[in-house]
Structure formats: structure tokens, C-alpha cells
Design a protein around this ligand. Structure first.
Ligand SMILES: Nc1nc2c(ncn2[C@@H]2O[C@H](COP(=O)(O)OP(=O)(O)OP(=O)(O)O)[C@@H](O)[C@H]2O)c(=O)[nH]1
Ligand SMILES: [Mg+2]
Ligand SMILES: [Zn+2]
Length: 311
């Protein structure tokens, strides 16, 4: 029978069959060998499951994926597929605690475009805005950074939601996004991905964790990604946070499409196939000099180009 993988942990795959039954399945030997070489079965994968005479279930076939959320694995080698067959990437950052880092957000948003996914940005912990304005460490920086980033990403065309799991602000809009198709939440550890999902669907009881007092960073509370069917329709993946991320699966010449704001300026490039790195008369670099392309995003593009060419 056919089903979808909702969780995987220690070689056990939790499958929801199309007829509505939950099964804990292991992988058939051949698939296990593939899994060892890195082509793992991940949440969202569509699979064929067989029931063995002893009542145990086995994943026999993994169907081709329609989409992947893939990032560059640790050390830059190979892809790490976070989820398969999702329609939408929901990048979750916090306005503070931890403060949003633009370079990381640019990369996460680029992962959406690289994998041809609709991409939405959520700024969570919006309830902290008055507090950062009033006091705290580097208050102006934190506040300016969130407002500037929200403006920047909106100007590029990304839908930007402002949410708070504490005050409930923005949860209806988030629920609305999540109710259509399937979504994967990704973002730094501690941004509040699991807390947001608990707020969107009370009773979910996903594990959440305080930030570390010393470093003010998340503690990687969510360990295994999990695909959750929402009561109001829609499927959503909660994934473990990370602090460092690369983009995988984009040809260097495709990478410019991960920066949608380059498109209008590209028409001003003298050379077709301009990499926007060193060619003369480059429309993108001219726009950068005029202040029409954000310098941090341009540097991010350069860094990703180097990684993509180097692999
Ligand atoms: N003030 C405030 N705190 C929040 C909000 N959302 C989450 N938090 C807190 O942020 C901390 C981290 O939340 P988690 O939901 O565990 O974060 P996560 O993104 O799932 O982290 P990982 O699983 O490690 O990737 C917890 O202490 C939450 O209570 C919010 O909207 N406002
Ligand atoms: Mg979590
Ligand atoms: Zn150019």
C-alpha cells in the first residue's frame, strides 16, 4: 500500500497510509544500502509499504520526489535533504533572541528558490519589539535590524508575516498559509518553529526549549524532523534548527534566480551569461553601486557562487 513518511528515527519510518493507518516500517535491504550512501528516505517521501506475515511493515519502494528541501551538508559535501514533496518553504526567524542574521536568512530564502518552492518569511517573537526598543543589549541594533530586514525582504517581493506565539499576533495568517498544500518550517534554532506550530494547533505538544543563557542561542531542541497533518487541512514539517547552512543543487548560472531582485538589473549587463562577479558593464554591480541592490545580499550571492563553483 501507498503512504507518506511522517517521521524517521533510528531506522524506523512512521508512515501514514493513504487509507489512514499509521505504520512503523523499516527499510527493505536494498533501500537500506542506498540510505547508507546518502540517498536517505526523508519525511514527505511517498512510499510503497508491504505488511509481512509476522505483522511488521517494510518500505519496499520510494517514489520519485516532486520537490525537495535540500541544503548543503556539513563540510560542504553532498546534499542534506530535509523534507520531500513540500510546496512551500516557511523561513522562521525571530525579531530578537536570537537576533536575525541577514546572511543566514538570505541563504534560507535562496534554498526556497533553488528548490523551486513558494517561499514565505516569518518574523516571530514580535511581542519582543517594545522590549528591545526600551532596553536590553544593543537595543537599537536589534530593532533596526528587524525593521530593516522586513522592509528589504518585502521590497524584494517575499511575503513577510509577523507573528507571536505569546500574543497570538499573525497566527491566523500563518494558519491560513499552512492550510494549503504542504509546508516545511526551517530556520535558526530557538526562533520558535515548534512553539509556533503548538500555537497554530493546540494539543500538538511539540518539544520546545529555552535559549542558552550564556550564548543566547537555541539549543537544537527539535532533533528529528516531523510531518504533521493540521486539523484545518495542510501538512507541515517541523525541522531541527541550525546555524550554518549552504545551498545545494543549483548550477552556478542558475544562482542569480535565487536573488529575484537581480532580474531587472540583469538586463543592463553587457555580456550574456554575465556572472555579475567581474565582467565589465555589469547591470547588477552598477545597481549595487547606486545602492539599489543590498550589499549584504550581493556578498551572499558571491559566497554562494564560490561554493557552487567549488563543488
Ligand atoms: N517571547 C516569545 N518567545 C517565544 C515565541 N515563540 C517561541 N518563543 C520561545 O523561544 C524559545 C525557543 O522556541 P522553540 O519553539 O523551541 O524554537 P525552535 O525554532 O523550534 O528551535 P529548534 O527546535 O532548536 O530548532 C522557547 O523558550 C519559546 O518559549 C514568541 O513568539 N515570543
Ligand atoms: Mg523546534
Ligand atoms: Zn552582470
Amino acid at each position: 500500500m501507498k503512504g507518506t513518511v511522517h517521521e524517521s528515527s533510528g531506522g524506523v519510518y512512521r508512515v501514514l497510509t493513504d487509507s489512514g493507518d499509521w505504520l512503523d516500517a523499516s527499510l527493505r535491504g536494498r533501500l537500506k544500502r542506498q540510505a547508507r550512501t546518502g540517498d536517505r528516505v526523508v519525511i514527505g517521501d511517498r512510499v510503497e509499504v508491504a505488511l509481512d506475515p509476522d505483522g511488521s511493515a517494510t518500505v519496499e519502494v520510494v517514489y520519485p520526489r516532486i520537490s525537495e528541501v535540500a541544503r548543503r551538508g556539513p563540510g560542504g559535501r553532498g546534499a542534506k535533504v530535509v523534507a520531500a514533496n513540500v510546496d512551500r518553504l516557511v523561513v522562521v526567524a525571530a525579531v530578537a533572541r536570537p537576533a536575525p542574521g541577514q546572511a543566514l536568512l538570505d541563504r534560507l530564502l535562496a534554498i526556497g528558490a533553488a528548490n523551486h518552492l513558494e517561499t514565505v518569511l516569518v518574523f516571530n517573537k514580535i511581542d519582543l519589539v517594545p522590549e528591545i526598543a526600551a532596553a536590553g543589549d544593543a537595543p537599537h541594533e536589534a530593532r533596526a535590524s528587524f525593521h530593516r530586514l522586513a522592509r528589504l525582504y518585502r521590497s524584494i517581493g517575499y511575503p513577510v508575516l509577523e507573528t507571536s506565539a505569546v500574543s497570538g499576533r499573525g497566527l491566523d495568517s500563518l494558519r491560513d498559509f499552512l492550510s494549503r498544500g504542504s509546508s516545511a518550517l526551517i530556520g535558526p534554532s530557538g526562533a520558535g518553529k515548534s512553539t509556533l506550530l503548538n500555537a497554530v494547533q493546540p494539543g500538538l505538544n511539540l518539544r520546545t526549549g529555552e535559549l542558552s543563557h550564556r550564548k543566547g542561542r537555541g539549543r537544537q531542541t527539535t532533533v528529528n524532523a516531523r510531518l504533521i497533518p493540521l486539523d484545518g487541512g495542510g501538512l507541515v514539517a517541523d525541522t531541527p534548527g541550525f546555524s550554518d547552512v549552504g545551498v545545494w543543487g543549483v548550477e552556478p548560472r542558475e544562482l542569480e534566480h535565487c536573488f529575484p531582485e537581480f532580474a531587472v538589473h540583469r538586463e543592463g549587463c553587457r555580456f550574456r551569461g554575465c556572472s555579475h562577479l567581474h565582467e565589465p558593464d555589469c547591470g547588477v554591480r552598477e545597481a549595487l553601486e547606486r545602492g539599489e541592490v543590498d550589499p549584504v545580499r550581493y556578498e551572499g550571492y558571491r559566497g554562494l557562487m564560490e561554493e557552487a563553483v567549488g563543488s
